[in-house]
Ligand binder design. Structure first.
Ligand SMILES: Nc1ncnc2c1ncn2[C@@H]1O[C@H](COP(=O)(O)OP(=O)(O)OP(=O)(O)O)[C@@H](O)[C@H]1O
Ligand SMILES: [Mg+2]
Length: 162
């Protein structure tokens, strides 16, 4: 796994996926591509709340916010032997993630199980689920720490799960 794509939705969970990619001692990763996808549907839904004429402006703001966040992460996780590339894409997130993995010839995708949505009872967020189902490269799913601890406790208690 020399080249790994990390989709970043600006949540703490996606940063945990990045931390895993950077710190995993078994990885021979040399290049990390940090990708933020701006969803046109998010812009449209914001536009509906009385902001119809501001679509382009909102798009620019969301691009800027994404870029700033990715740049901060690059600074925070920079280390010798690891190169970073950042990309912002406008698309549905799951489709942007898969197409970028293919374009960049990534060996793998490492992403959070959840993101900015509310951490609900569901075991996987909708973007994570679609990427796992459709991506042509291996996908590693990282759970938020709290959920990981909760699942471990439940497995210990029950012994087995269905
Ligand atoms: N817009 C995005 N750009 C880049 N990566 C994303 C984006 N949205 C989600 N991801 C990636 O997918 C992972 C899982 O997020 P997902 O959106 O599936 O969960 P959620 O937000 O909790 O649920 P949902 O979106 O279904 O309400 C995130 O940790 C991140 O790695
Ligand atoms: Mg989400």
């Amino acid at each position: 796994m020399r080249k790994v794509l990390i989709p970043i939705d600006l949540s703490e969970v996606s940063e945990e996926a990045l931390r895993h990619a950077v710190e995993c001692p078994c990885a021979e990763t040399r290049e990390l591509i940090l990708l933020h996808v701006v969803d046109p549907l998010d812009i449209k839904s914001l536009g509906l709340v009385g902001l119809v004429d501001r679509e382009q402006e909102l798009r620019n703001e969301m691009e800027k916010e994404g870029r700033r966040h990715l740049d901060e992460l690059v600074k925070k996780y920079a280390r010798d032997g690891l190169s970073f590339k950042t990309r912002i894409v406008f698309d549905r997130p799951w489709r942007g993630i898969i197409n970028t993995a293919i374009d960049e010839q990534a060996d793998a995708i490492i992403m959070g199980s959840h993101g900015r949505g509310r951490i609900a009872e569901q075991l996987l967020g909708s973007v994570a689920e679609r990427v796992v189902r459709k991506a042509p490269v291996p996908v590693t799913i990282i759970r938020p720490r709290k959920m990981r601890d909760h699942l471990i406790a439940r497995w210990r208690h029950l012994g087995k799960e269905s």
